[in-house]
Design a protein around this ligand. Sequence first.
Ligand code: ADP
Ligand code: ADP
Length: 226
Amino acid sequence: SPALVVDNLRKTYGNGVQALKGINLTVQPGDFFALLGPNGAGKSTLIGILSSLVNSSGGDAQIFGVSVNKQRNEAMKLIGLVPQEINFNQFEKPFDICVNEAGFYGIPRRIAAERAEKYLKELRLWDKAQDQARMLSGGMKRRLMIARAMMNEPRLLILDEPTAGVDIEIRRSMWQFVSGINAAGTTVILTTHYLEEAEQLCRNIAIIDHGTIVENTSMKQLLSKL
Ligand code: ADP
Ligand code: ADP
């Protein structure tokens, strides 16, 4: 089955805003996929529904065939989310942040500790693993959020505007790791409002505007039309 199928997905917030107006989308396994759109287009809402943080108002989405509506817990196990804002406790240690994340998934402590070591090493954070997270640089904090998102070894990694307000060096180091994770087989979706960013990394792209998909094509096709 595809990595992601979004089927007529709708979201109307309590205040009446129609953030998603019947979205359809397919992402194939192994893809590096961009979801591009201006502020307010519905990107965070879509990601929120996929990662079970937001309830949809209609339609469904399947992660590797698992319905986010009907099999929420199973769907959550397949997803890793790197949010826009730093949202870990800055007074905790990177090692503990990762191990505690694994705890939410019911991963045994010994395996959690092994994985924390593996991903903190891969993301070049192992020598900071026992420092308070607030001591890390901005780039290290971003990489820590990737390490944390990898703790359940997700088949689909979603990054929400990962480089918003981040300088070029930090971007490069992030993309190095995310590209490696993708090359190792993990499907990656990133949201952005910069085409230049998506262009360099992503093979396929959907453009969302006012809660509607207005384009869904390969990056090559899109660039040849501009
Ligand atoms: P739901 O319909 O999913 O329950 P709500 O409309 O109740 O969502 O809103 C959830 C929260 O988001 C509320 O605290 C609300 O004040 C806040 N909120 C409202 N409008 C916006 C907005 N434009 N952007 C972000 N948050 C908002
Ligand atoms: P994007 O991530 O592309 O910037 P969002 O999904 O955050 O777009 O927002 C889509 C629309 O939904 C916007 O009009 C936004 O103001 C509205 N919105 C987002 N979150 C909420 C919320 N919690 N309550 C009410 N409206 C919201």
